[in-house]
Design a protein around this ligand. Sequence first.
Ligand code: CA
Length: 237
Amino acid sequence: MKIRDKILVVEDEQSISGSISAILSSAGYDSLVARSGEEAITMVTSHCPDLVLLDLGLPDKDGMEVLKSIRQWSSLPVVIVSARSHEREKVEALDSGADDYITKPFGSSELLARIRTALRHTRTTLGNSQIAQSGKFTVGDLTIDYDKHQVLMHGENTKLTVNEYKIVALLGKYAGKVLTYDFIIRELWGPKAKNDNQILRVNMANIRRKIEPTPGHPQYIFTEVGVGYRMREDEEN
Ligand code: CA
């Protein structure tokens, strides 16, 4: 028998937690609900969930406090549930150790995709099992060859510059997950790098010209407005 993943839904609004629980159970997950921050922290220790879905607007304390408290002793995946237009809040949560976020209102397929990605990234050492096994990451017609340091479209080298390659390689390693601008800059150019999103934007425009088939409609690297970038993930993996 397959052991079902257990997900703790931290949400004070009963109608929302009810519909999330229904989606989770139909997808084969067990779910638990906590209605406050205190209850959430208690339930993380007593029930050892595989993932926490955390609403930031809770009655007793800020969800961000709950996240920081969990992160003091646990690296279990936490996906933040946030309102649209709260970009700064999303960035703060990601920089405080959240694995990803989902914006209200969301559909069930989007919710399940975020959960699958967050669970998978905690279970593989490299973050992406595809790369760990083959040295390559493939989605659609795009392949990142980590051994040759090349990005291929339809098998043809797209001739990215070193910096462009580094950006795509990093996004591929965390495919399906949003990476904040700050995270990308720090990972690629070190902790002392100038926090300049403009350099990243210029590089991204050039990358898109080389890899995206339709200008203005990215199919591989998506912009999360005010937050960062997310590489598409192969659904079959
Ligand atoms: Ca709420």
